[in-house]
Write a protein that binds this ligand. Structure first.
Ligand SMILES: Nc1ncnc2c1ncn2[C@@H]1O[C@H](COP(=O)(O)OP(=O)(O)O)[C@@H](O)[C@H]1O
Ligand SMILES: [Mg+2]
Length: 229
């Protein structure tokens, strides 16, 4: 009986883990971090804070498939993402990972709606009108990207990422260009998304208040991740 239960819990454990980072180390001109471990579960949000230059963006790039670490492993779906074939990695990045940068890569010269349409073509999902309303950009979708304010562009890029329905959201200072009220709307939208879609989020921010709304908070300092919450 207890054997059966053990097995069951093992299986469940496997199913709730989205991403597992093991013994990550990286350096450029100087060592940024050494032997970092991190696990992200379904419906969980993790914030990473730390001083400018401590390596937060580098760590997020590594976790999100954009930069191979000097050493260590990242497991997604039991696959080590830097060991799989290049096409497989591209597929994971395109379908399963939703990456939100400070500098958003919208297609300028196209309308907001065109930019969202691209995400629907890649994923087979449709545009979520409620999401656009929530982000307060539903009334600008026929305008050109160049006509939108910085904050509207930021929210459009977030809507585009969510339209893909990613399993994991990686966000680097996603609310950097936004006023406080809009930043709260965006963060609430992201938290709601991960709870409703069995997804997870890793957020890099220098704002303590936003970080503390996440389930777990780590500080990148002295080459390691310290658990604050
Ligand atoms: N591609 C790169 N090539 C060389 N050095 C880099 C590169 N990316 C980041 N760095 C350096 O690594 C350090 C950490 O940068 P970063 O990860 O952006 O820190 P944070 O996001 O915490 O401010 C900085 O000194 C930065 O100049
Ligand atoms: Mg950074």
């Amino acid at each position: 009986m207890s054997e059966k239960l053990d097995k069951q819990s093992l299986i469940t454990d496997g199913e709730t883990t989205l991403l597992e980072a093991k013994n990550l180390s990286h350096e450029f001109d100087y060592k940024l971090f050494e032997n970092i471990n991190l696990t992200l579960e379904k419906k969980e949000s993790i914030a990473i804070i730390g001083m400018s230059g401590s390596g937060k963006s580098t760590l997020l790039n590594i976790l999100s498939s954009l930069l191979e670490p000097k050493s260590g492993e990242i497991l997604f779906n039991n696959e080590e993402i830097y060991s799989v074939k290049k096409n497989r990695l591209l597929n994971i990045r395109r379908k399963d990972f939703g990456i939100i940068f400070q500098a958003h890569y919208l297609f300028r010269g196209f309308s907001a709606n065109d930019n969202l349409q691209i995400a629907t073509l890649l994923s087979g999902n449709s545009i979520d009108k409620d999401l656009l309303k929530k982000l307060n950009i539903d009334f600008v979708i026929n305008q050109g990207v160049g006509e939108l304010s910085g904050g509207q562009q930021q929210r459009l890029s977030i809507a585009r990422v969510l339209t893909k329905k990613p399993k994991i959201i990686f966000a680097d200072e996603p609310t950097g260009n936004l006023d406080k009220e809009t930043a709260n709307i965006v963060m609430n939208t992201l938290h709601e998304y991960i709870k409703n879609n069995d997804a997870g989020m890793i957020l890099v921010t220098h704002e303590n208040e936003l970080a503390m709304k996440c389930d777990k908070v780590y500080k990148l300092e002295n080459l390691e991740l310290k658990e604050l919450k």
